[in-house]
Design a protein around this ligand. Structure first.
Ligand SMILES: Cc1ncc(COP(=O)(O)O)c(C=O)c1O
Length: 383
């Protein structure tokens, strides 16, 4: 019997799948999965139904429908003063995950090094490896998940081709300050690197925090793949629709891959999201206040239970320090919680290649119904 590809032989089931199975097997409250346990806005679902009724039943143009590319272009202009040409600089993808994969596959060659800032979203490293590249970790140090410029400088070699940045940051909830992004900008320009800026949580920022797209910085637009996702912005992760904004030469590369990997993304969803993005200004205040209320409630609850950490200013995740509660590492403690406390979380050491810092934390997702959050806090009582 022939063997399947060596390229993927060392891949394991993702930590999200493992924890979700454990949650089901133990009938546990699930704060592990990184998506809402409630649906996105009714008006957008109604729009999608209308779009299906109106037709839109055949393949979309492979780079995305004109309406969605035009809406994406329009919101980057309105929110960030970034001007992307819908025909030559915007590509619609099957979620940000495909956007990440095709940006990597379209720009690195076997042996190229790609800097990943750990803790990282787990598809980065797998995508780099599938492209034959080498992921080189640089740690964002807990508790504030700060980058240290000298560490980033040391990681860059003559083989470095790209750096991947995620802002706002999963799993820490960090929203990068301008001066921290300038460290990336300076080195990316100096070493002529491609940059993937994963900005899927661009609109989930609280307490006056401001999101700065990397492409806004001088010298960055021409080297940056900016990636985002309607799944996150509208709380409809199952719609799996995202986009890449990049200059024409980089867009050409991602489209060459996209046409043979996915070809095109579900047409009615694209049409509905195109209308949805045109209403962002009306939609976002309630979206933010809903998630802020969840964050505040859960953070206060954890504080009362004796967990001490700074409140995150973005995303729907918290990295919660566990050392005051246990001598176990993150994986062991996550197992204890799911089996004995009926609460599923994610042990973040899966998001690191080098540092052991993740072993002192658990990641909680607070994009959940009030009843789910209350049940989770109850299950933690008396720890
Ligand atoms: C940082 C980050 N990037 C990308 C994604 C994937 O987004 P999508 O569902 O649009 O593929 C996620 C999903 O959790 C994420 O957290």
């Amino acid at each position: 019997m022939k063997k399947t590809a060596l390229r993927i032989a060392h891949f394991k089931d993702s930590i999200f799948g493992v924890m979700s199975k454990l949650a089901r097997d133990n009938n546990a409250v699930n704060l592990g999965q990184g998506f809402p346990d409630f649906d996105g806005p009714q008006w957008l679902k109604d729009l999608a139904k209308d779009k299906i009724e109106q037709g839109h039943g055949q393949y979309a143009p492979f780079m995305g429908t004109p309406s969605l590319r035009s809406s994406v272009s329009s919101y980057y202009k309105r929110f960030y003063q970034l001007d992307y040409n819908p025909d030559s600089e915007i590509t619609i993808t099957a979620g940000a995950t495909e956007g990440l994969f095709i940006s990597i596959l379209g720009s690195i060659d076997p042996g190229d090094e790609v800097i990943v800032l750990e803790p990282f979203y787990d598809s980065y490293v797998s995508s780099i490896e599938m492209a034959g590249g080498v992921a080189v970790p640089v740690t964002l140090h807990a508790p504030d998940f700060n980058i240290i410029e000298s560490e980033l400088m040391r990681a860059i070699t003559s083989k470095t081709k790209m750096i991947i940045v995620n802002n706002p940051h999963n799993p820490s909830g960090k929203v990068w300050e301008k001066n921290e992004l300038e460290i990336i900008v300076k080195l990316a320009i100096k070493h002529d690197l491609f940059v993937i800026s994963d900005e899927v949580y661009e609109f989930l920022v609280f307490d006056g925090a401001k999101h700065f797209p990397l492409a806004q910085f001088p010298g960055m637009r021409e080297r940056t793949f900016t990636i985002s996702s309607a799944g996150k912005t509208f709380g409809l992760t199952g719609w799996k629709t995202g986009w890449i904004c990049a200059p024409p030469d980089l867009t050409k590369a991602v489209r060459l891959v996209h046409q043979y990997v996915t070809f095109s993304v579900a047409t009615p969803m694209q049409e509905a999201i195109a209308d949805g993005l045109n209403r962002l200004e009306d939609y976002l205040p309630e979206f933010r206040s809903t998630y802020k209320a969840k964050r505040d409630f859960f953070f206060e609850g954890l504080k009362k239970l004796g967990f001490e950490f700074s409140i995150p200013r973005g995303t729907y995740f918290m990295m919660v320090p566990i050392k005051s509660k246990t001598t176990k590492n993150d994986v062991e403690f996550a197992m204890e919680l799911v089996q004995e406390r009926k609460l599923a979380t994610v042990p973040p050491s899966a998001f690191y290649l080098k540092s052991k810092e993740g072993q002192s934390y658990l990641r909680f997702c607070f994009a959940k119904n009030q009843s789910t959050l209350e049940a989770a806090l109850k299950n933690l009582e008396g720890l």
